[in-house]
Design a binder for this molecule. Structure first.
Ligand code: BG6
Ligand code: BG6
Ligand code: GLC
Ligand code: GLC
Length: 900
């Protein structure tokens, strides 16, 4: 966006001068920027007094300036160049890390400088200002020069202090949210050496200068390079040389003993000897011609080292930017006015030597940083002023908000797992009866059906096991027309059966009885693997008579088979990835819909009996927020999406993040923007107003780094609007905000699962693998990276590997089926073996009858010979005579035996 027409106020505090400026931006036919400024003194006692005094003084100067300009009655936007290290959390927020250079006002370090200025303005109660941006002087300088030369991407200050800023790619900045494009980094390289990195090249003079400074031990590099200290280094050397009788005939004057706070001495490097002598005279030093030559040399040496150090440090940042950009960029470090000429030529020479492959040109900032700060303010204001940015603003979350969402989801999971809380829980946490990931011993030939994602797919999965386990897959995609998705359940399952018939015919396996794994990507309540009651349709499906019914039964009926194993797509994905990585214990889908499953300890799953081992839980996190839990972060666009959906009030989290809704979300925002005249010059076409015309794949195309803008143009042109370049940039921005929100929200819910896994294991760090699938995750150019980055930030105590499922859930479903069949076959065979030992009553009666018959045969004379029960006489004729009880008992038990 080009800065808007208007007047902007700028403050420039922290260099040699404190300056107040008005910058007038005129953007009619020819863009023009005019500046008016006044310099004000800041007395030493104010620089080192209290913070309140300092800011009151600043506001007094502003008041004077506004009077002078006659602008007191307008609330001007203000850009505040503040040349000290600030930790910024937004363009208009920054806490002072520590004072540097000559400032040391109390009660400022650790406080927000913008707030302190605002309070001082309030205290004065004379005028109002809208403080829009806080800007370091390096950044202001870079922006000033970039206004003339857009290739400028480095800002260098070598003045009172020394510092550099440059444009870094967002992907490399882990400390700020966001991934697109670039952000300027204020290096604060003046602090380099505070940890001893420069100890070997620091001299005793550097140490003395440090000891006499306001910030001992700090800003080591700055103290070797910048204007505030070079004069002092020179003075220390001169004293030393004089003490040793090498200068001024050994006479040290009082003036030489006191600190010299400016760079006058160093600048003598450029002067004629005569002038050097007059400066020395001014310092009360009676010098000879030789003395002047020596002083000149000392100055030259000190400033040369400073220039070389700056050149070396700059060379380092150039190298970094070259490797990042892959091609050598033209970089423009900037030199402020107060550095001597020779300094800049040494600087350039050193940069040239140390970074030979960089084509660097140096541009001197003639206008100071104030202009740059005003331009930043103008741009920030023009963006911030758009009401649409307010909507988009509500879609950007701080890490604090994301951690809050993570905690909410953690509680939802606990509710879903608890016996008493489950019936009313929104996140259902469905047990899947899958107890482990594949162990590598699975084998067999399977059919997998994969229904519910963007494609209906049928697969044949052959798992063989010779030495190594290998999987062969063949698959075909079948169309599922909308009228079938929305018709009767019977028709839907008949359609599945027809497609399966076709597939088996083509595969020539019509007569084979292959086990079927059914990936059904909808929430099903399971009590075993081969049963599942559909709780509710989600996404694009709405067939009648299926909700509340067992989908396995419906499928069995349609395909006239038995023994189908039911698997959610998240579970299939986890199993597919678990095949390659045994550590995989989470599966997530970010596609048409979104969902996750993970391995939970059985002892925490109240709904399933048993305490030992683990079971995979299908969270059905798409329903997160259905009880109002996310109302504070839902926008008017989310509500509109929900109203127009097949399942209003349901799957509210899914509708904020998944592929089925993302394009539509962007479309709604664009319509709103166009209606308010902020896009397409207010033109709205019937195509733009048609639901579904802007698809999620368009979001992915528009966000592509290189061709994104031309894709935007192409796509928007197809919608009938004639987009300007600015329109394309704005649309890209909207896409980025919406898809970023999605990745951030998923990072929060996934973060909660990871924390749970970590707690379950009771280990201080979690090492785990997450299997991922889904078209949005796969096709969007930045989604995966953003998700990974945010997860790592939200759960720093984890090492997470994200594994992309290349072969879909079908393979995983086959694995689950294989395990189930292996276990079923195992128990079948055992049961079969043991079954022979189990006699029925009839069998026993039969045995009794046969035995009785045989006994008869054995006793009878004719049959005796042939009887199997021989009934041999023993010739023992008497049993004990009854005096002993044992005999009686024996008789009794004999009797009993025969009575069976
Ligand atoms: C000025 C900038 O030109 O240079 C200031 O406007 C900056 O923002 C200054 O701080 C740095 O140089 P010196 O020598 O004034 O510290
Ligand atoms: C596929 C899986 O790869 O991804 C499906 O095989 C799953 O089971 C799908 O449903 C999810 O992605 P999408 O984008 O098709 O919804
Ligand atoms: C000091 C400040 C830094 C500033 C530089 C140049 O190093 O810490 O913020 O950019 O001086 O003025
Ligand atoms: C929906 C379904 C869920 C599925 C997900 C991803 O959220 O309810 O079961 O896993 O989409 O396809």
């Amino acid at each position: 966006f080009f800065p808007e027409h208007g007047n902007y106020l700028a403050l420039d505090l922290g260099g040699t001068n404190f300056r107040v400026l008005v910058v007038k931006v005129r953007s009619s036919r020819r863009r023009s920027v005019r500046m008016y400024n006044k310099i004000y003194a800041i007395p030493l006692e104010i620089m080192q007094g209290t913070g309140e005094e300092l800011f009151d003084h600043i506001v007094q100067c502003i008041s004077d300036f506004l009077d002078y300009m006659g602008m007191k009655n307008t609330c001007l936007p203000l850009g505040f160049t503040f040349s000290f290290p600030c930790r910024q959390t937004g363009i208009d927020k920054g806490t002072l890390v520590s004072w540097t250079k000559g400032f040391k006002a109390t009660d400022c370090e650790g406080n927000d400088m913008v707030e302190m200025l605002r309070e001082a303005i309030k205290r004065r109660n004379e005028f109002d200002l809208d403080i829009v941006a806080l800007v370091n002087d390096t950044v202001g300088t870079m922006m000033t020069c970039a206004y003339e030369d857009p290739k400028c991407e480095i800002g260098l200050i070598v003045g009172t202090g020394c510092n550099v800023c440059y444009m870094e790619e967002m992907t490399n900045i882990e400390t700020a949210e966001g991934d697109e494009g670039h952000m300027c980094i204020n290096t604060e390289w003046g602090g380099f050496g505070e940890n001893g990195e420069l100890d070997d090249i620091r001299t005793r003079f550097d140490r003395e200068v440090d000891e006499g400074s306001l910030n001992v031990g700090k800003q080591t590099f700055e103290k070797m390079t910048s204007g505030m200290y070079l004069g002092e280094i020179v003075r220390q050397i001169l004293i030393d040389l004089t003490r040793r009788g090498l200068l001024f005939r050994g006479r040290i004057t009082e003036r030489l003993k006191t600190m010299i706070k400016h760079v006058a001495l160093v600048q003598t490097d450029r002067l004629a000897l005569l002038q050097v002598r007059s400066i020395l005279q001014h310092l009360g030093l009676d010098s000879t011609c030789d003395d002047s030559i020596i002083v000149k040399e000392v100055c030259g040496t000190v400033s040369r080292r400073a220039a070389q150090l700056c050149g070396a440090a700059d060379g380092a940042s150039n190298k970094a930017s070259r490797t990042k950009a892959k091609a050598a960029p033209t970089t423009d470090p900037l030199c402020p006015v107060s550095a001597p000429r020779s300094f800049s030529s040494i600087l350039k020479e050193t940069v040239g030597e140390l970074a030979p492959k960089c084509n660097v040109s140096f541009v001197l900032s003639e206008d100071g940083s104030g202009k740059g700060a005003a331009l930043i303010t103008a741009v920030a204001r023009s963006l911030g002023d758009r009401p649409i940015d307010k909507y988009l603003y509500a879609m950007r979350f701080s890490d604090e908000t994301l951690l809050d969402i993570m905690n909410r989801f953690k509680r939802e999971m606990e509710n879903g797992l608890g016996k008493d809380t489950n019936p009313t829980a929104t996140v259902k946490m469905l047990p899947t009866f899958v107890r482990s990931i594949p162990d590598g011993s699975e084998k067999g030939d399977f059919i997998a059906l994969d229904l519910g994602g963007s494609n209906f797919r049928i697969l044949r999965v052959k798992v063989s096991h010779e030495k190594r386990q290998t999987v062969q897959m063949e698959s075909q995609i079948y169309d599922t027309p909308e009228d079938i998705m929305h018709g009767s359940g019977t028709r839907l399952f008949d359609h599945v059966a027809e497609c399966l018939g076709d597939f088996m015919e083509k595969q020539k396996i019509k007569d084979k009885k292959l086990p079927v794994g059914f990936t059904f990507s909808f929430p099903c309540a399971q009590t075993k693997l081969d049963e599942g009651i559909l709780l509710t349709w989600t996404k694009r499906f709405k067939a009648s008579g299926v909700e509340g019914a067992d989908v396995v039964k419906l499928l069995n009926k349609a395909i006239k088979k038995r023994g189908v194993i039911l698997v959610n797509d998240t579970v299939g994905t986890m199993m597919t990835c678990g095949f390659d990585d045994q550590r995989c214990e989470v599966g997530i889908i970010i596609g048409t819909g979104t969902n996750a499953c993970y391995m939970e300890e059985l002892r925490h799953i109240d709904l399933v009996e048993g305490d030992e081992g683990r079971m995979c839980i299908n969270t059905e996190w798409g329903a997160f927020g259905d009880d109002g839990m996310l109302e504070d972060i839902r926008t008017e666009f989310d509500r509109e999406i929900d109203r127009g959906s097949l399942n209003p009030g349901k799957q509210l989290f899914e509708k904020m993040v998944s592929g089925m809704y993302m394009g539509e979300l962007v479309r709604l925002i664009l319509v709103k923007m166009a209606k308010e005249g902020m896009l397409f010059e207010g033109r709205i076409t019937p195509e733009l107003l048609t639901k579904g015309k802007f698809e999620t794949k368009h979001v992915s195309a528009i966000e592509k780094t290189k061709e994104g803008l031309s894709k935007a143009k192409e796509i928007l042109t197809r919608l009938g609007v004639e987009p300007s370049h600015e329109d394309c940039v704005a649309v890209q921005h909207v896409c980025a905000v919406v898809s970023f929100r999605s990745a951030n929200l998923i990072a929060a819910t996934l973060g909660a699962i990871l924390l749970r896994l970590k707690d379950n294991k009771g280990s201080p760090r979690l090492r785990t693998t997450v299997g991922v699938d889904g078209s949005l995750y796969k096709m969007h150019p930045h989604y995966a990276r953003r998700l990974h980055k945010t997860v790592r930030r939200l759960v720093p105590e984890s090492d997470v590997r994200f594994l992309l499922s290349e072969s879909g859930s079908g393979k995983g479903a086959a694995m689950v089926t294989a395990v189930a069949y292996r276990l079923a076959e195992q128990s079948r065979q055992i049961a079969q073996t043991l079954a022979e030992f189990q006699l029925t009553k009839a069998q026993l009666l039969e045995v009794k009858e046969r035995m009785r018959a045989e006994i008869q045969r054995g006793l009878s004379k004719e049959t005796h010979e042939l009887a199997s029960v021989k009934m041999l006489p023993t010739f023992v004729r008497r049993t004990p005579d009854g005096t002993g009880k044992r005999g009686q008992k024996y008789q009794l038990s004999n009797l009993q035996i025969f009575q069976i």
